[in-house]
Write a protein that binds this ligand. Structure first.
Ligand SMILES: *Cc1c(COP(=O)(O)O)cnc(C)c1O
Length: 424
């Protein structure tokens, strides 16, 4: 830290009053705001705690004009302005880069803002982006509305078609192949290796929404083999989910391995003004040491709960990539060592949508709400046919479950009592 240089020494208590107040002859001397702001006390250097400090800043001060002019905001050698980074945000960026198996990370105010940053940085008028039809819904809406308005085309592709078929969709205009593994609600796990290979063969950048994998299920930058190194160009995460783990904040990240690609994203990040709050960054830093433990526990619990639902007569299809018979299970098995605590089930079509809703309403431990990765289990019914263009083979209702940190047997009992209502 640069040393503090007060404009003048603070007035001692016996000095003339700092503020003269007519009519208050014998008033006690008052300290001025200047003295409070430019106070000479500087705490001793060398404070060491186990957790990173919360540095909050818009303004960052320079020792002189030459230093202000010389400072390069594009790397982590110094500080220029809160938007360009503080010790707190740099620390989280470095840790997320490590978690993701990448080299550089940028933080954004939400997972969706991180997706916007990627699209805005890499696409321009006349370009096209290919987006999986089972992608996170708001990312598709972003393409339909803002991207379309900016003259950027998109195509929603079937992520489960053979990767060679995807190659046929890539045109001269295609700049970005967007990926998500598995799909947000329907949980199909695509042939990531084949898709990345198809994009790479045509010189198209590949970007993955890695919120589900969280950097823990697989390394998105190492999808190939020793003979054929393959990996995505960038990985986006909603830190809102597992890294936060608290259902109490929104944040996103974009991680890369290539310095030029990172800088391209960083310029757009700066121009869009995508700053994050220091207290939220601190909350993620506090949760991060336990992310692997939580992920593993939620994976284990989710598989227990999913296995219970799979054998229930009301359920015709379990959608959890770690289970045989779930779409893309073989791709999950090839790429992944773990799974998120997230899955969906499709109910028998003999249950009307209102009955499925009533089942969700009857749940007590499971709360009704979006998002996942937190301590409280959640359930949401989805109307899948209205969400996609490519085919959907099921007629019954779908419910997605996010498994929290409750005891799995308690969650199973809750599901059991709610399923009993379906019979009535
Ligand atoms: C939640 C989520 C996002 C968006 O994250 P927010 O922080 O809520 O904006 C993006 N992708 C996936 C797969 C998500 O689950």
């Amino acid at each position: 830290m640069s040393k503090s240089r007060p404009l003048s020494p603070p007035a001692a208590a016996s000095d003339t009053p700092a503020v003269s107040r007519p009519g208050a002859e014998a008033a006690a001397p008052c300290t001025t705001s200047t003295e409070l702001i430019h106070h000479p006390y500087v705490p001793p250097a060398g404070f060491q705690a186990l957790v990173p400090a919360v540095h909050k800043a818009s303004t960052v001060v320079f020792p002189n004009v030459a230093a202000l002019r010389a400072r390069n905001w594009k790397d982590k050698t110094g500080y220029t302005y809160g938007l360009h980074g503080t010790p707190t945000t740099f620390t989280l960026e470095e840790r997320i880069a490590t978690l993701e198996g990448g080299r550089q990370t940028l933080l954004a105010p939400s997972g969706l803002a991180a997706i916007l940053l990627t699209f805005a940085a890499l696409l321009k008028q006349g370009d096209e982006v290919l987006i999986p039809d089972n992608a996170y819904g708001p990312a598709k809406e972003l393409a339909r509305h803002e991207l379309a308005g900016w003259g950027i085309a998109h195509r929603f592709y079937d992520p489960m078609q053979p990767a060679e078929a995807l190659a046929g969709l890539i045109s001269e205009r295609t700049r970005l192949l967007w990926l998500e593994a598995p799909g947000s609600v329907t949980m199909e796990f695509p042939d990531l290796q084949g898709l990345v290979r198809a994009g790479r063969a045509r010189g198209v950048l590949t970007g993955l929404d890695n919120t589900w994998g969280a950097g823990l299920a697989f390394n998105p930058f190492v999808l190939g083999t020793r003979d054929e190194p393959l990996g995505v160009d960038l990985s986006v995460q909603a830190l809102t989910k597992y890294p936060s783990g608290g259902a109490d904040l929104l944040m996103g990240s974009v991680t890369t391995r290539d310095e030029d690609l990172h800088l391209k994203l960083k310029f757009t990040h700066m121009r869009l003004g995508l700053g994050v709050g220091a207290n939220d960054v601190e909350a993620v830093l506090r949760s991060l040491p336990s992310v692997a433990l939580r992920y593993a526990a939620q994976d284990r619990a989710a598989r227990e709960v999913a296995a219970f639902l799979q054998q229930r007569p009301e359920v015709v299809q379990l959608l959890h990539p770690a289970f045989a018979g779930s779409p893309g299970h073989e791709h999950w098995a090839r790429h992944c060592a773990a799974a998120a605590g997230l899955f969906s089930v499709v109910f028998d079509a003999r249950y009307a949508p209102e009955q499925v809703d009533a089942f969700v309403d009857a749940l007590r431990l499971f709360k009704i709400g979006y998002s996942w990765g937190g301590a409280v289990s959640l359930a949401v019914p989805y109307e899948v046919p209205s969400m996609r263009k490519t085919g959907w083979p099921h007629a019954g209702g779908l419910v997605r479950f996010s498994i929290g940190l409750e005891r799995p047997e308690d969650l199973i009992a809750d599901l059991g009592q709610a399923l009993a209502r379906l019979q009535g």
